[in-house]
Design a protein around this ligand. Structure first.
Ligand code: SF4
Length: 365
């Protein structure tokens, strides 16, 4: 039997060092305890641009309510959005639901069995298809996300500003990822590389002393990366209008909510607090100020308590506006901001996710 090349940069050495490191250091995450392609698919979609800590709780609740692809396919969209609430980027939930319905109607409820076939489903790109196929089916396809790109560039000493151009560099990374992939354990290998990028080879402050690639790495530290676009700041204001409702008991209190129209490009159909026209609010008392990040924008949001009689001072609603009993509000597809404000005002049951805003960027696993 041929001996493995002992050179620290050789592919067999890099593979075995990474897999050994992963076996010792992998985080015990719920989606790593299954080979069910549907469950892995849900986790991969949730993990896009969202922190692991935020996903864990939502993932388990989502699978409890929709334990199978058929259960998801048969559910109304509104219920899917409620279970997604707190994760942001609701388009992902809509696409997941749409794809589940497609599989139920056209493929008798069976998930496609290869990465190539998975890519034909709505919302599944090359990355997600490779992740599902390698982890669930053991197909030898390499996963390349932001974390993997960073690790491989540093490992090979590739300067992302070397003039090769983004497309050429991407091709070089994909080719190297395919070469490095362990065909005997593609699922574990892909997860190991992503795990290394998420926990050791960090964008700032990589921990090279504990890295399994340290000896073979050409960079051993931070390297030049394109600047992330700077976050923009925007100030907006919303109204918190609560009334007692038909019964005097606090349990029957109602909040005024407004539905975003279906034509909106962001969060269509979701329910939010009514927007305020400042400074034309006669009695609106400042209740709280909240920072809320959406994509590349930091919103600094002033929430004013507005009396029921002053509702006409609010902006004209773009969609439907209605009074909703607070006990029902938690079950509605609220925007992340509306849910955050209602929690902080102690009008909804406490939820740990109200403090976790989805992040921009792809390397936040
Ligand atoms: S040695 Fe450092 S820079 Fe190189 S891959 Fe490991 S953590 Fe990243």
């Amino acid at each position: 039997m041929a001996k493995a090349d002992p050179h620290p940069e050789s592919i067999p050495i890099l593979r075995s060092q990474l897999l050994e490191w992963y076996a010792r250091n992998r985080r015990d995450l719920p989606w790593r305890r299954t080979r069910d392609p549907y469950a892995i698919w849900v986790s991969e979609i949730m993990l896009q641009q969202t922190r692991v800590a935020a996903v864990i709780e939502r993932y388990e609740a989502f699978l409890q309510r929709f334990p199978s692809l058929m259960a998801l396919a048969l559910a109304p969209e509104e219920e899917v959005l409620v279970l997604w609430s707190g994760l942001g980027y609701y388009r992902r939930a809509r696409m997941l639901h749409k794809a589940a319905k497609f599989v139920a109607q056209n493929l008798s409820g069976s998930m496609p069995g290869t990465a190539e076939e998975l890519r034909a489903l709505p919302g599944i790109g090359a990355y997600t298809a490779a992740a599902i196929a390698s982890i669930a089916y053991g197909e030898p396809v390499a996963v390349v996300d932001g974390n993997v790109e960073r690790v491989l560039c540093r490992l090979r000493g590739w300067d992302v500003h070397d003039g090769a151009g983004a497309t050429a560099l991407r091709r070089k990374i994909e080719s190297f990822a395919g070469e490095l992939l362990d065909p005997a354990a593609p699922g574990d290998f892909n997860q190991a590389l992503m795990e290394l990028g998420a926990t050791v080879c960090l964008p700032r402050g990589p921990q090279c002393l504990v890295c399994p690639f340290a000896i073979g790495c050409k960079t051993r530290g931070e390297h030049k990366t394109p600047q992330r676009p700077r976050m923009l700041s925007k100030e907006v204001a919303f109204a918190l209008v609560v009334r007692t409702g038909r019964h005097p008991s606090p349990i029957h209190r109602e909040v005024l909510l407004e539905q975003r129209s279906d034509e909106q490009t962001v969060m269509p159909g979701m329910w939010e607090l009514p927007a305020l026209r400042e400074p034309a609010v006669p009695h609106g008392e400042l209740r709280m100020t909240v920072r809320h990040a959406i994509m590349q924008v930091n919103y600094y949001v002033r929430i004013r308590t507005v009396f029921e009689g002053d509702v006409e001072t609010l902006t004209v609603p773009a969609g439907e506006r209605k009074w909703v009993p607070l006990v029902k509000a938690a079950e509605m597809p609220l925007t992340g901001l509306a849910r955050k404000v209602l929690h902080r005002a102690h009008l909804l049951p406490a939820a740990p996710l109200d403090v976790i805003a989805p992040l921009s960027g792809s390397d936040v696993r």
